[in-house]
Design a protein around this ligand. Sequence first.
Ligand code: PGA
Length: 250
Amino acid sequence: MKHLIIANWKMNPVSLEDAVKLAKEEDMRDVVIAPPIFHLSNVRKSVKRSALCAQDIDPVDALNGPYTGAVSPLLLKKSGVRYTIIGHSERREHLGETDEVIAKKVKAALGAGIIPVLCVGETNEVRAGGYMNARDHVLRQVERDLELIRGGVGKIIIAYEPVWAISTNNNGGVIDDAESAGEMIQSIKAFLSESMKLWAQYKIIGLYGGSVGINNVGTFLKERSIDGFLIGGASLRSKEFKKIVEVIHS
Ligand code: PGA
């Protein structure tokens, strides 16, 4: 099976020159690049194989509506963007993004023909209550965040990213074990296909994210429910990133 790999560059690189260089180095099949929005159009011009992903959108559905400063889904679509990350835990935590806002963003993305990459995941405190507690929390997030698109059709990507496993690998910190990550993604898929057929018409792709690197990608690849990866830190280290992609393709 083909895996989807999304490179989440977050707020890096700062310089346009570095962004274009990184984009050229990571321009590979099945790789989607999510650069800072300021670099989007130059990254688009620099790649031949990779698709483009925004790191966020605003929940507006009018191309020319009076929404000063908004990142318009339609403008992104017209700029060649195919995917957008929505509801990343960093936005939930630091920018106060709620499930209600996230649900509107998911609807706006699909309305503009952009595939949402909805991020869900539990914090350390929630996980301390056990795996089942974490699972309930994650499924509740999924339910709330997809609330406004019940009964529709299309493609949705759900990235399961346990908050406690994000950006830890590089410091030798905790990472999720592949089996429980696989189980969580399987539970999300089962929930969406079973929940009274509300979302059963959507094609669901399940990604794992949280300190994926060359040392652990192999174990996650063994999990059949995992259809790909959302990679932050390692996507800024192009040599390691290329090796990760090679392992995934092999
Ligand atoms: P990480 O980031 O790979 O550095 O943990 C993943 C993410 O935040 O999407």
